[in-house]
Design a protein around this ligand. Sequence first.
Ligand code: KIV
Length: 267
Amino acid sequence: MSERKPVTVPALRARKSGGPRITMLTAYDASMAAALSAGGVDCLLVGDSLGMVVQGSSSTVPVTVADIAYHTRAVARAAGPALVIADLPYLSYATLPQALDSAQQLMQAGAQMVKLEGGGWTTPIVAALAERDVPVCAHLGLTPQSVHKFGGFRVQGRDAAAAERIRVEGLALAEAGAEMVVLECVPSALARQLTAELPIPTIGIGAGPDCDGQVLVCYDFLGMSSGVRPRFVKNFLSGLDSVQAAAAAYCAAVRDGSFPGPEHGYA
Ligand code: KIV
C-alpha cells in the first residue's frame, strides 16, 4: 500500500481550486488520533469542545491554554500524516501579546495551525499571527466561546443583517491571512454563498452540503453524543467494527458528497 503524504497547509489551501473535500475530526488523545489518521482523515482538531466532551463542563469557556497544549502533545505524537490544528481557548487571544504567547505554546506542543473564534476584532490578531507565519483557521457562525452572549447554542446568520455581517467578517479574515474558516451552524444558503466568495476553504459543521470540507466532534461521529443530538451529527460507527473503519466511511462520505445531506443543514 502506498504511504500517505503528510497533509500540509499549502496542500489544504490548494483544495480550494480542486481536489477532494477536506475531512476533519476532533481528537483529544493519541489512540483516537492514530485511529482517525489511519482512516484517512486530513486534519485532527484539538478542539476546545474537549471542555464539554472530555472534562464534562457545560460550555468551552473553562478550557485553558494548558489544557489544549496537553491534549495537543498527545494527538501530535500519533497524528501520522494528518495535520494537527489546536484551538486557542476562551480569551487566550484577546490581546496581541496573549495571542502570540498562546499560539507559541500550542505550536510548540505540536500544532501545525491554530484556530480562533469570531470576526471583526479578531481580524488584526489573525493578520499578526499570519505575518509571523502561524497558520490560522478562523471560525464563524455559532462560535461556542460566545455561548453566554448568544444565550445558548443557536444557529447564527438567519436574518439578512447577521448573514451580511458573517459574510463581511469572512472576507476580512481571508484578506488578513486566515488559511481556512470553520462555518458552524449557519443556514446552508449562507455557507454556499461564502464558499463561492471566499478564496480560502470553508469547513462546515451544521452548514449544509456545499462547504469545501467538513468537521465533526469525534464522539458525535462515533454515536456517543449525550443529551440532545444536533441535526448535523451522524453515527459513522453504526454497522462497522472499528474507529478506523468509521473514519474511513466518514472520509468517503464527505469526499463523495453524500455527507452532509440537506437534512443535516439549517434553513
Ligand atoms: O472545539 C471544537 O471541537 C470545534 C469544532 C466543533 C469545529 O471548534
